[in-house]
Write a protein that binds this ligand. Structure first.
Ligand code: DP6
Length: 357
């Protein structure tokens, strides 16, 4: 379906040349997006924390050209390996931003997290690129409203990678139509502003269990939710968890938060283990970490919460006032289960930002 609202309708405006830069963060889902319909429509709603330290910085240099073309540079080096994914992105967004077909682009991008950390860079990378594209559109239509700017960036980012649409906004972000969050939508993400204070500076320490390439990509995993024996129950459960999590977020109910978030992470991996073909992305050390966290949480009556994305790394979520005890556990025990003792300290962040030189 074509979404008229997001079609650029000022064709014929002359583009000269220019340069735009955006910084966009990664995000970690609390209720997971896993399974999609045509045109990047999610099979169920999701909600995530926008992160802060793990982000992508992208500069797009553009100039008018008879033939469209683009080149991608990562950390200053040409990376042709990234170009097919970006070519697909441009193909999907062209009907909404037709001016890209009259541009020669140089895309310069760098991540603050190591490329080989096993942390997905598609959310931060594609959201940063989508923001740059909308900045070019804004250069053509200076009257564009700030709220429409972000909305369109979220819309375009979604077409590149589903989870990327949530990285545009700060703190807690919802994507996927559901009855619990007013204004939620399948085609753009929306910020959720009603959370309790405790969630504003929540911490996320990413324990790098395995820095290698994933054996099964998210895209393949999403597809395996078609004809999955448990998909209908799973999609219904996600709606239910959105409703329960909203209440916990509003009330600052950390116990319920933990229960829902951990159940979501394990359900995500259960879906992988029960698809056809089945696969396992967790590693023995993923389970070792989970076990240690649960033991320590019980012993010290804390709210440490684990979640996983589509990989072996463990995200350890906790309120800021438990940071000291969490770091004791991490440095004293959990690092031994991480590849080269690697971990990244992150926290809830303010979302994407334009960098003006
Ligand atoms: C497990 O957004 O990477 O992280 O839309 O195919 O690019 P594509 O998938 P992607 O899937 C993310 C899946 C997840 C859960 C989540 O972030 O909600």
């Amino acid at each position: 379906m074509v979404e008229e609202r997001y079609i650029f309708n000022q064709q014929g405006k002359e583009i000269k040349r220019g340069e735009v830069t955006w910084k966009s963060p990664s995000n970690i889902a609390l209720v997971k997006y896993w399974g999609k319909k045509q045109n990047q429509i999610p099979a169920n709603p999701s909600i995530s924390f926008t992160l802060n330290n793990c982000h992508t910085l992208t500069t797009v240099k553009y100039e008018q050209a008879a033939e469209p073309s683009f080149m991608v540079f990562v950390d200053g080096k040409r990376e042709e390996g990234f170009e097919p994914k970006i070519a697909t992105f441009f193909k999907r967004i062209a009907q909404y931003v037709p001016f890209v077909n009259a541009l020669k682009l140089e895309i310069h991008t760098k991540n603050t997290f190591p490329h080989s950390s096993g942390i997905a860079s598609s959310a931060s990378g594609l959201s940063a690129l989508a923001l740059c594209v909308v900045s070019i559109e804004k250069a053509l239509t200076p009257s564009m409203k700030a709220s429409y700017f972000k909305e369109k960036a979220s819309f375009l980012a979604r077409l590149g990678s589903g989870s990327a649409c949530r990285s545009i906004y700060p703190e807690l972000v919802v994507w996927g139509d559901n009855k619990s969050f007013e204004g939620s939508s399948d085609i753009v993400a929306v910020p959720f502003k009603g959370a309790h204070q405790v969630f504003k500076d929540f911490q996320d320490t990413i324990l790098l269990v395995d820095k290698g390439q994933k054996v099964v990509s998210s895209t393949v995993g999403h597809n395996l939710m078609h004809n999955h024996p448990f998909s209908e129950q799973r999609f219904a459960q996600a709606h239910d968890n959105m409703e329960r999590l909203k209440l916990a977020l509003e009330e600052g109910d950390l116990k319920t938060f933990t229960k829902i978030v951990e159940s979501e992470a394990l359900t995500l991996h259960a879906m992988m283990m029960t698809s056809n073909p089945y696969f396992i992305l967790m590693k023995p050390n993923t389970l070792n970490i989970i076990e240690k966290v649960w033991e320590y949480r019980e012993k010290h009556q804390l709210n440490l919460t684990i979640t996983l994305d589509a990989g072996a790394n463990v995200h350890l979520l906790y309120p800021k006032n438990e940071a000291e005890q969490a770091m004791q556990l991490i440095k004293g025990t959990l690092v031994d289960f991480c590849e080269n003792k690697g971990y990244i300290c992150d926290e809830v962040g303010i979302g994407s930002e334009e960098i003006v030189n």
